[in-house]
Structures are given as structure tokens and as C-alpha cells.
Design a protein around this ligand. Structure first.
Ligand code: ADP
Length: 483
């Protein structure tokens, strides 16, 4: 079992205190590197989730709102607490997610960055009076908190994903009811321990509920006291939330699946492209929504690029992320492992060939999937059409710019994309043609707190990060004054 001063309670947190889990229902949390159960966490009831919503409602202040200075202080305190406890929060994250320790601790810094950014830009949410005086009135625009928000997060960035949402919600003055993924609730409990100890937020401002998604989702979708949900996860669940909140016309911020194209033209710096692809693709074990999923390589450089990838991949170390210098940890669970294996098998059966990695029959038991590169991938293969969410690099060949823009867009998703070329005009044309919310030019980097990030098409609605993200949790209210 995991021991940590930040995990003294393994229960929910409602109205400023830890719940007592009177019913005694729990669920198991595993370390994917060892298969061991490392904690038993409270699985909460419908009435507890309703209590959390009620606590949020009691913390919402409309007629005497929390001042900008007060909200800035909450954000700064959370940022500072995360930074001061980066090692321990990162250790907990590493143990329940499996990503290498340095990546896990880096994620804590990344999370702190969102609280920092919102604290520094919160002034943008102050009311302003517009310079014109239409209709003989003075027009003031106020940014009101949306209300109590439901924040639902996935397991792939246990602290990063909540930081994006919570920083903006607190900046707006919105209380929240937070539901982490059941694979990774411990990092969230650690965050609540830090907020409990190091911030002076009113009771009910932040509430933690854990357990069955169906139970928690039902209350959050049906309660009229929760006017907004911010969700990161699968497109399938995102669609369900749209349907389940349609009746009340709730505000939704949705960050859903991706199927990122990574395009390498024949005039690209191939070494830089290969380095960036490795850093992008194997982050979090390949289990991020911005990981390159389809690698389009110009046919003239395909062999050379494949060799560079194989060279790099063959040097990577795979193992338990807690042991220092590991490049790649385990996949999150058996279902995740089996999906990557199925994609590899399917591609090889349909004519793709292995450039680096193992044949499916040699993968063995356990959740450690070796970094794998395949080539001659075509659009009928599962790894081209679906998000693999694992360390499989599928290369498909192309000839022309028009063809590759069309191929890149040949997916219902539109989250992250990447283009590598030495031609600036071409980069501009390709970025404009790709219907993706993020398009890296000669970089495989993902989001940052300072810039807006989000999807087009079935990858979702809304933005996180940047000023656009800061405005997600407010309603603009206009007050024209007649005299
Ligand atoms: P992933 O494939 O990354 O696990 P999911 O969409 O299944 O993505 O889950 C993302 C988050 O949404 C998790 O916290 C999960 O428990 C939660 N979730 C799943 N189903 C529902 C639902 N019906 N209502 C609310 N939350 C849900």
C-alpha cells in the first residue's frame, strides 16, 4: 500500500472537510508497473454527490463576489503548494499512472503553471465600460461566474488536466465538484490535501467526489444547480454528456479524443523531426490525446526517416517509472495494452511491416509495451482510423502537399497536428488547411498554460489555457445604464 503524508485520508472532500465514508464502499487503485493494489479509495453515493453540489452552491457568491485579489491569492497559494510538494505529488502520480518519475514531476510543474498564468492574468476578468455610448447608455460588461461547475478528468494527466480546469474556475469565482478518473484518484486526493492545508478558500469552493462514473455523472448532468460541466476524456462519453445535458442546455467545455497527424516533408530536418516525434509520441507511454497517431512521411525520405526512428527507439529503456532513468513506463491497464497489440496485429496482417519493436507474439504478459515502429500503413488499418493510445508509431507514405492535407483531415477528430518542413509558405498553407486546434510547425510540443488549446470537430468545444481558457468559466453580462 502506498504511504504518504498527502494520503492520510482516502475519502471525498465536501464543504471544507473530508467525508467519513460511512457506507464503507471502496474501489482499488493499482500500480500498473507491478500490478499491486496500492490503495482502497472511497466510492461515494449519490446523496454524497448531491451534498457536494449543495456545498458548492453555498460557496457561490453572486451579489457580493469574491474580489480579484482574493481569487488571485487562492491561485498563488495552490501554485506555491504544488511547487513545494512537486516531488511527493510526482511520486504518487508515478505510482498510480506508471509514467516515468521525471515526467510525473514535470507534470506537477506544468500544473502549477496554469495556476500561475491565471493568477497573473486574472485582471482580464474585471468589468469594463465600452468606449462608445450607443442608445444613449453607458455600457458595462461584467464577467460573472457561471456557477457551480462539474470538473471531470481522465487518468492520463492526473494533475495536469485538473489544473487547466480548476485554475480557470477559481479565477472566475466558480465553486466546483471534481471527479477524477478511478485509475488515478490519489494524485487528486494529494491536491485536496494541499488545498486543505495551504489555502484559505471558503468551505464548499472545491469538492472531491470519487467512485462510479454513472452515479456521479447522473447527479452532475441532472442537477439544476450545476450549470456547467468541463470534461476531458473520450468522445464517446463526451457525446453522452451532450445528450444528458441537452434538456437543461448546460454549458459544456469538452476536450475529447484525437487522431493527430505528424507530417514530415522531404525538405524537413529529419533528425529534428525524429527527435520531436520521439518526445511527442512516447510521452506518458503514448497515452496522451496530443500524441502523434498517424505519421505521414514524404516517400522520398521515408526510408531515411524510418532508420532514424529505429536508431532512437532501439536505445529506449522500458520499465517501472519509479526507477530513475526509464524512458517508457507500462500502459495503464490490460484493456489499453490489448488495444495497442490489436492495432499492431491488424496492421501487420494488412501489409504493414515492422521497422522496430517486437512481433505481437513476442510481447509477453504485463503491461510493458516496447516502443514500436511500423511502415506502409494505409487508411483501412485500425491504427490509422482509431486513436491507438500507446507506443506504436505507424508511418504512411505521401507524395503531394494537397494529398497530405486531405489525408490529415480524413478523421472525425481535430485536436493536435504537426508539420515538419523548411518552407515557411508551405507550413502556413498546411497549418491553415488542417482542421486541428493545435498545429506545431517544426515542433512536437503539446499545450502550454500561456496559449489556448482545444479541439475542432469531434475533438470538442472550448479552450483551456491562455486568455481564451481564462474566460471559459464566466458569463459575460452586459449592463447598459440609462441615467
Ligand atoms: P478514458 O478513455 O480516458 O478513461 P473516459 O471518457 O472513459 O476516458 O473517462 C474520462 C473521465 O470521465 C473519467 O473520470 C471517467 O470516470 C468519467 N466518466 C466516464 N463515464 C462518465 C459518465 N457517464 N458521466 C460522467 N463521467 C464519466
Amino acid at each position: 500500500m502506498i504511504e504518504s503524508p498527502l494520503l492520510e485520508k482516502l475519502n471525498g472532500y465536501i464543504g471544507g472537510r473530508w467525508t467519513d465514508n460511512a457506507q464503507g464502499n471502496t474501489f482499488d487503485v493499482y500500480n500498473p508497473a507491478t500490478g499491486d493494489v496500492i490503495a482502497k479509495v472511497a466510492s461515494m453515493s449519490e446523496s454524497e454527490v448531491e451534498d457536494a453540489v449543495a456545498a458548492g452552491k453555498s460557496a457561490l457568491r453572486l451579489t457580493s463576489p469574491y474580489s480579484i485579489e482574493t481569487r488571485r491569492k487562492w491561485l498563488e497559494d495552490i501554485r506555491d503548494a504544488l511547487k513545494a510538494n512537486k516531488e511527493e505529488v510526482g511520486r504518487i502520480l508515478c505510482m498510480e499512472h506508471g509514467k516515468p518519475l521525471h515526467e510525473a514531476q514535470g507534470e506537477v510543474d506544468y500544473a502549477a503553471g496554469f495556476f500561475d498564468y491565471c493568477s497573473k492574468h486574472i485582471q482580464a476578468l474585471d468589468a469594463h465600460t465600452i468606449p462608445e455610448k450607443p442608445k444613449d447608455c453607458t455600457w458595462t460588461v461584467h464577467y460573472r461566474p457561471v456557477g457551480v461547475t462539474g470538473l471531470i478528468t481522465p487518468w492520463n494527466f492526473p494533475i495536469g488536466m485538473i489544473a487547466k480546469k480548476l485554475s480557470a474556475a477559481l479565477a472566475a469565482g466558480c465553486p466546483s465538484v471534481i471527479k477524477p478518473a478511478s485509475e488515478t484518484p490519489l494524485t487528486m486526493i494529494a491536491l485536496f490535501s494541499l488545498m486543505d492545508q495551504h489555502t484559505d478558500m471558503p468551505d464548499g469552493m472545491v469538492n472531491l467526489v470519487m467512485g462510479k462514473a454513472s452515479v456521479i455523472g447522473k447527479v452532475l448532468c441532472e442537477s439544476p444547480d450545476v450549470p456547467m460541466l468541463s470534461f476531458t476524456g473520450s468522445t464517446e462519453v463526451g457525446r453522452k454528456l451532450i445528450v444528458d445535458t441537452a434538456e437543461q442546455v448546460k454549458k459544456l467545455a469538452l476536450e475529447l479524443g484525437g487522431n493527430a497527424p505528424f507530417i514530415v516533408f522531404d525538405d524537413a530536418d529529419l533528425d529534428a523531426a525524429a527527435d520531436n516525434l520521439i518526445a511527442n509520441k512516447f510521452r506518458g507511454g503514448g497515452q496522451t490525446c496530443v500524441c502523434a497517431n498517424r505519421i505521414f512521411v514524404h516517400e522520398k525520405v521515408a526510408d531515411a526517416f524510418g532508420e532514424k526512428l529505429a536508431e532512437r527507439v532501439n536505445k529506449m529503456t522500458v520499465g517501472d517509472g519509479i526507477n530513475g532513468d526509464v524512458d517508457l513506463g507500462p500502459l495503464i491497464n490490460k484493456a489499453g495494452f490489448d488495444k495497442v497489440k490489436r492495432h499492431l496485429e491488424d496492421a501487420l496482417e494488412q501489409g504493414a511491416s515492422l521497422v522496430a519493436g517486437k512481433q505481437p507474439g513476442d510481447l509477453g504478459d504485463g503491461l510493458f509495451f516496447p516502443p514500436t515502429v511500423i511502415t506502409d500503413v494505409t487508411r483501412d488499418m485500425c491504427c490509422y482510423r482509431e486513436e491507438t493510445f500507446g507506443p506504436l508509431v505507424p508511418m504512411a507514405l505521401f507524395r503531394t502537399e494537397e494529398e497530405v492535407i486531405e489525408a490529415g483531415n480524413d478523421t472525425e477528430f481535430g485536436l493536435a497536428s504537426y508539420v515538419f518542413t523548411g518552407d515557411a509558405d508551405r507550413a502556413q498553407r498546411v497549418a491553415a488547411g488542417l482542421r486541428f486546434g493545435h498545429c506545431g510547425w517544426n515542433t512536437g510540443t503539446g499545450p502550454t498554460p500561456e496559449a489556448p488549446f482545444g479541439g475542432m470537430k469531434a475533438s470538442g468545444t472550448g479552450r483551456e489555457g491562455g486568455l481564451e481558457g481564462l474566460f471559459e468559466f464566466v458569463e459575460a453580462q452586459t449592463v447598459p445604464r440609462g441615467f
